[in-house]
Ligand binder design. Structure first.
Ligand code: 8X3
Length: 238
């Protein structure tokens, strides 16, 4: 397929973890993939390897999102993957700055990028895949800030289905469970011992496992909409 004939996918948070694995899987399926995140050096390496494009993006900045949108004319698939957790504090000791970061990246980030590309996705009969979490379905002790943010993403996904039903756009929510990535290292602010303990002696999913599901959803015929996929390792019950 020539570059111009390829369908175009944008993956936010594309510099590592689920985002990077998704970009690689989509590129292998013939998509022209634009990987976007804050770490441009990592993105450029990935983009070179998959024959895609790297773009700097901070989903917490409207200016950054607008700049990205102005540089992309067509979009067939948006994977709203940028997000994450900070802290595992009980509500009694909740850190407001952590909660603000989680709401900004997971919820407002998804909103900003979706708004910015909605008209292009409509014109190109596109697909939005929102990466939520099992934390968007199941609350847990210490999870309130992340739960609130991912419940927010889940709510937004449902409202997108309702509000965009008359547009030729598909909307899918992916709810991964325990996936061994930098997720916990970021949550625990660089404390590797705490992060490693999350995955020790457990079956864990890989970022590639989630990417497999995303590539499958994205490759389905345009009249089929997968509303939600909940994916956990066998030993994780939610
Ligand atoms: C994170 C899912 O199960 O590791 O999004 O808390 S889990």
């Amino acid at each position: 397929m020539s570059e111009t004939a390829k369908k175009i996918a944008l993956v936010t948070g594309g510099s590592s973890g689920i985002g990077e694995a998704t970009a690689r899987a989509l590129a292998a399926d013939g998509w022209h993939v634009i990987v976007a995140a804050r770490r441009l050096d990592r993105l450029e390496k990935i983009a070179e390897e998959i024959g895609g494009e790297a773009r700097e993006l901070d989903v917490t900045s409207q200016e950054s999102v607008d700049k990205l949108a102005a540089s992309i004319d067509h979009l067939h698939l948006l994977v709203n993957n940028a997000g994450g957790a900070k802290g595992l504090d009980p509500i009694e000791k909740a850190n407001i700055a952590d909660w603000e970061w989680m709401y900004e990246t997971n919820v407002l980030g998804t909103l900003r990028v979706t708004q910015a590309f909605l008209d292009k996705l409509t014109a190109d009969e596109g697909h939005i895949i929102n990466i939520s979490s099992v934390a968007g379905i199941q609350p847990y002790a210490g999870g309130a800030g992340y739960n609130a943010a991912k419940f927010g993403v889940t709510a937004m996904n449902k409202v997108m289905r309702i509000e965009f039903v008359d547009r030729p756009i598909r909307i899918t929510e992916i709810n991964p469970g325990r996936v061994k990535t930098d997720f916990s290292l970021i949550r625990f602010k660089g404390d590797a011992a705490k992060a490693d303990a999350v995955y020790a002696d457990k079956l864990n999913l890989s970022a590639e496992d989630i990417a497999e599901s995303i590539r499958w959803v994205a490759g389905l015929p345009a009249h089929m909409n997968i509303d939600r996929m909940v994916i956990t390792p066998r030993d994780q019950v939610i």
